[in-house]
Design a protein around this ligand. Structure first.
Ligand SMILES: [Zn+2]
Length: 255
């Protein structure tokens, strides 16, 4: 069984003590690719070092995370675009709008998101959307690009069935991770309606660890737990879920 963790921040300090072992555990669990979304200027160097150390396994993305949008967002965006001309990135992420942590920079978050969607269109890269309490705002930016053939994923999807229907109608995948194993997440009903065709797997490690590790550090080998849970929810075999989500991920990220 081959799996892909489409969202891991494995370059963060949380893994400094045992990063090699953690990647080894993921590989022995059948995880063949680990896709790394960027956060901001500061995370680029550690992310690129991980990409170099685990070449062919860990692939970097470029983007400015909505929770890192501050007064200096325009210069950060310029710098990130400059970096993108020197290295190969598989996607533009994390990008989007987050109204959970802070709403001070909503206007700047929208501009940042819009500029990065434009960048993805210029470069032909998929986008990895971080949307928290912000589905209407995110969709309203995406609406500006109708007809542009956008592709990407709503990572750590946390919306309801209507949001899921809208996201998949745009052609976006839903990134499903640890929250599927949480009681009352409501995600089981959403994935049952939406179906495997639109789903890819992710851990979002070190965050959002699945049950029974909820609240602890998450890691890519736990993608097996998510795969197992999704199979249980859908009444399919683990092999079937792994094969379909693997195929979806390869197609989306061109890996
Ligand atoms: Zn992320």
């Amino acid at each position: 069984m081959k799996l892909i963790d489409t969202h891991t921040h494995l370059y963060l300090p949380e893994f400094d003590a045992d990063r090699d072992e953690m990647v080894e555990r993921a590989i022995s669990s059948g995880v063949v690719k680990l896709l790394m979304p960027n956060i901001d200027i500061k995370s680029v160097d550690p992310m690129l070092s991980a990409a170099e150390r685990y070449e062919g396994i860990c692939h970097p993305m470029i983007g400015l995370h909505p929770t890192s949008v501050r007064e200096d967002y325009l210069s950060q965006l310029d710098e990130l675009e400059r970096i993108a001309t020197y290295y190969t990135f598989i996607a533009v992420g994390d990008i989007g709008i987050d109204l959970y942590w802070n709403t001070t920079f909503l206007k700047e978050q929208k501009i940042t998101f819009r500029k990065q969607v434009e960048f993805s269109i210029r470069t032909g890269l998929p986008i990895v959307i971080h949307s928290r309490l912000s589905f209407p705002e995110v969709f309203s930016v995406l609406d500006e690009f109708s007809g542009e053939n956008l592709k990407g994923v709503f990572h750590a999807f946390s919306g309801d069935l209507n949001d899921a229907i809208k996201a998949t109608a745009y052609g976006f995948k839903l990134g499903i991770g640890g929250p599927l194993t949480f009681k009352n997440s409501g995600l089981d009903k959403v994935v049952k309606e939406i179906g495997l065709k639109h789903i890819i797997l992710e851990t979002d490690s070190p965050y959002l660890a699945p049950v029974p590790f909820r609240g602890k550090r998450n890691e890519s080998s736990y993608i097996c737990i998510i795969n197992q849970k999704l199979a249980e929810v859908l009444g399919s075999s683990e092999e079937e879920v792994a094969a379909a989500t693997f195929e979806n991920s390869c197609r989306l990220f061109n890996v």
